[in-house]
Design a protein around this ligand. Structure first.
Ligand SMILES: NC(=O)c1ccc[n+]([C@@H]2O[C@H](COP(=O)([O-])OP(=O)(O)OC[C@H]3O[C@@H](n4cnc5c(N)ncnc54)[C@H](OP(=O)(O)O)[C@@H]3O)[C@@H](O)[C@H]2O)c1
Length: 250
């Protein structure tokens, strides 16, 4: 039987401008982990790094990373000051579904920001972790990936691809004694959903989602729904017969 490695000490956050990711960063910083914040907007990340340093006396560094610049990913990863023990892949782009239907650039942005970009960087991360025989990966996918809906099937299909990728990667890395956790948030109140009319009982704060993620990783979960009731909401949605589903306006 393969054994799981001990609790890691440094965390790379890809898409660290994410509100959910930053909530996780705060909790890990509090535990004394070194935090590597990576994203496109480094001046915002510098501000967030300063905040973590003041609040938790944390060790934090900031790194430029664009999920869509595939050619830069190897150099980005090799240039990090530490080999990360946990990688949180948090970047994502909801996009504009109506626009994506007739503007392929928008569709491509959605696909690359939620799927292709993640595959590109996580393949590099996984190869390194396998070679080191150490590390673990957390990917933030979405419940939107569980069934295509007319209101967001570009985003949903990209997240479906990412969920399947994470499942396969988990299967592969389990044979190396390494872990992969898939996170499936329902609604979370963040910059991504700003201004959207979200139902309060089914909507988490970024802080709640972050806490759920950090706890679920400690509990060695494979798949996390946050909030928890989304597991059952999606069970119902997945089981609606197609002849009924196609007539709904979801
Ligand atoms: N909020 C929800 O209801 C919800 C539900 C299900 C799943 N999710 C998923 O949860 C994750 C975190 O999202 P969030 O809600 O925390 O939203 P958020 O605050 O808008 O964060 C999304 C982050 O992704 C980054 N990003 C987008 N494209 C990128 C690229 N090409 N390269 C690097 N970074 C890129 C953005 O960077 P910039 O700061 O540079 O724009 C932003 O920091 C995403 O994967 C999202 O799809 C969210």
């Amino acid at each position: 039987m393969t054994t799981i490695k001990s609790e890691p000490q440094s965390v790379l956050i890809l898409g660290a401008g994410s509100d959910i990711a930053f909530a996780c960063a705060g909790l890990w910083a509090k535990e004394g982990k070194h935090i590597l914040l990576a994203g496109r907007n480094t001046s915002e990340l510098d501000r967030r790094a300063a905040d973590l340093k003041v609040r938790y006396q944390a060790s934090v560094s900031v790194h430029l990373f664009d999920a869509r610049k595939f050619d830069s990913h190897e150099t980005f990863y090799q240039s990090l000051p530490y080999r990360p023990d946990i990688v949180l892949c948090a970047f994502g782009y909801l996009g504009d579904q109506a626009k994506a239907c007739h503007d392929f650039e928008e569709a491509l942005n959605i696909m690359e920001s939620n799927y292709t970009g993640a595959v590109s960087i996580l393949n590099i991360v996984a190869a390194d972790m396998i070679q080191r025989k150490s590390g673990g990966i957390i990917g933030i996918s979405s419940v939107a990936g569980e069934r295509g809906r007319m209101s967001n099937y570009h985003y949903g299909s990209a997240k479906a691809g990412f969920t399947a990728y994470l499942s396969g990667l988990r299967n592969r890395l389990a044979h190396e004694g390494l872990r992969v956790m898939t996170v499936k948030p329902g609604f979370v109140r963040t910059r991504m959903t700003e201004g959207l009319p979200l139902p309060a009982p089914l909507t988490a704060t970024a802080e709640k989602a972050g806490k759920d993620i950090v706890q679920a990783w400690k509990k060695k979960k494979d798949v996390l729904y946050t909030l928890w009731m989304w597991k059952w909401v999606m069970w119902i949605i997945r089981n609606i017969p197609e002849f009924v589903f196609k007539k709904l306006k979801l």
